[in-house]
Design a protein around this ligand. Structure first.
Ligand SMILES: Cc1cc2nc3c(=O)[nH]c(=O)nc-3n(C[C@H](O)[C@H](O)[C@H](O)COP(=O)(O)O)c2cc1C
Length: 205
C-alpha cells in the first residue's frame, strides 16, 4: 500500500472481529514501531503484545476500578461522562491484541555536560521521550492499516499505570507509556474529518 493511502485511510478502530492476529504480524507491527526516530537514536522503548483474554480482562478491570474512584462532581452529566470514559479506556479488552509501549529514560548529550537532572533536561527539551513514543506509535498505526488491520492509540488506561505495569510485567527502568489496540475491524470505519490545510499551515518565507 502507498504510504499516502495508509495515512489517508487510517482511522481509530475500537471494535473488532474475533479473528486472532498471528504473532508474525504483531512482530512486524512492533518492528515498524522500532524504526521510528527517537531522541539521540536512544530507542528508549520496549513493546509487549498481549493477546491473552484473561490478561486483557484483568487490565480492563483495574482501569474500571480507577475510573470508579475518580473524584466526579455531582452533575447529572458526570454519570454519562464516566461511562463514556470507561468505554474509551477499556474497549481494548475486546481487541484480539493490545500492544503496550514502555519507555526508559534516554541518555542525552546534555546530561554529560551540565549539572541538571534528567527530568529537568527532559522538560527543557520538551519531553523528547514522549515525542519519540508518538513517532513509534504512529508507525505502528500506519503499519496496521498496511496489513489490513484497524487500530487505536490509547492513553486513557494510563490512569491505572502502576497496576498495569505489574500485570504486564514491566520493570524498572521501563515505564508504561501507551497502548495500541489492534484487530480486524468489525465494520468499516471512515476516516474523520480533519481541519483544512489553510487552517493548520502557515508558510513563513
Ligand atoms: C495521545 C493519544 C491518546 C489517545 N487515547 C485514546 C484513548 O485512551 N481511548 C480512545 O478510544 N482513543 C484514544 N485516542 C484516539 C483519538 O481519540 C483519535 O485519534 C481521535 O479521535 C481522532 O480520530 P482518528 O484517529 O480516527 O483520526 C488517542 C489518540 C492519541 C493521539
Amino acid at each position: 500500500m502507498e504510504l499516502k493511502q495508509a495515512i489517508e485511510q487510517r482511522a481509530s478502530v475500537r471494535t473488532f472481529k474475533d479473528t486472532p492476529i498471528p504473532a508474525g504480524d504483531l512482530k512486524h507491527l512492533v518492528s515498524m514501531g522500532g524504526k521510528a526516530p527517537s531522541v539521540n537514536n536512544y530507542q528508549p522503548w520496549k513493546f509487549y503484545a498481549i493477546t491473552r483474554k484473561d490478561v486483557l480482562n484483568r487490565m480492563a478491570d483495574i482501569v474500571k476500578q480507577r475510573i470508579e474512584e475518580l473524584p466526579v462532581n455531582q452533575s447529572i452529566a458526570s454519570k454519562n461522562i464516566k461511562s463514556q470514559v470507561e468505554w474509551f479506556a477499556t474497549f481494548f479488552e475486546n481487541a484480539p491484541a493490545v500492544i503496550a509501549l514502555s519507555m526508559e529514560d534516554y541518555e542525552s548529550v546534555l546530561e554529560k555536560g551540565v549539572t541538571m537532572t534528567h527530568q529537568d533536561i527532559n522538560i527543557l527539551r520538551n519531553y523528547p521521550d514522549i515525542q519519540s513514543a508518538g513517532a513509534a506509535i504512529q508507525n505502528i498505526l500506519l503499519a496496521a492499516v498496511d496489513l489490513g488491520y484497524g487500530a487505536c492509540w490509547l492513553s486513557a488506561p494510563m490512569m491505572a499505570k502502576e497496576d498495569l505495569e505489574q500485570i504486564i510485567g514491566i520493570e524498572e527502568p521501563f515505564h508504561l507509556m501507551a497502548f495500541v489496540a489492534v484487530g480486524v475491524p468489525d465494520r468499516q470505519v471512515r476516516p474523520k474529518e480533519k481541519k483544512p490545510l489553510d487552517e493548520i499551515f502557515e508558510l513563513i518565507e
